[in-house]
Write a protein that binds this ligand. Sequence first.
Ligand SMILES: [Mg+2]
Length: 271
Amino acid sequence: MKINFNEKKGFICDMDGVIYKGNQILPGVTEFIDWLQQEHKNYLFLTNNSGMTPKELHQKIMRMGLDVPMEHFYTSALATAQFLKQQAPGCSVFAIGEAGLLNALYDAGITMNDVNPDYVVMGEGRTYSLETLTQAVNLVLGGAKLIGANSDVTGPIEGGIAPGCRALVAPVEMATGKKAYFCGKPNPLMMRTGLRILGCHSEEAVVVGDRMDTDIVAGTESGMSTVLVLSGVSTPETVKRFAYQPTMILDGVGDIVTEAESSLPGAENAS
Ligand SMILES: [Mg+2]
């Protein structure tokens, strides 16, 4: 199926495998971001990475030569803070995670509490230890509800993989017999909040991602058109295994610009 990108108002783009791989910018990204900005599209870069703040993501992208203002980034940490703010304004939490998660919680008016918190909130990162894990287990047994920033099992690092948020929450679930609630993708809540930030209806927006089991499923369940790019983890073979399919499959985000320009009136005569 085809998407007329010129008619779409909003773009929600995943980052890892779409914009960059590690610290390496992917082909066509500069052209894609130029196009978004020139065409006055509303756009949001949405990542399950809970460790980095929007400012840090802005700086990371800046080091790759791209100027994307801070307000265009939305993380699973922000989605988690937003969820808690809505569910229990002014609640307290015991949090295990990095600056991205802690800052998002503070900004949402949530306080830290290691005695009797309303929630135990876990993200991925380096602050995880047997000590914090033991504390989390006992607080959950004492009545705190268990929240995970995202349900990614692993994340790519140089020379291998790192256990993701889902894998780090698992021991707390096993020790307590309680199931965590996860706020990041594929929870459609994160996509719907993204749409609200963009001021778009689902039919006016496109989700661009490299994973069937997070980006494409969340976009589909939120009623948006979806583009799977093959610049990340998915291949045409892996796509076949899923009951849902993306609206379009492209090699990378640069192809969105090519597609958009070729569907402009008069484009056929010009080429
Ligand atoms: Mg990705």
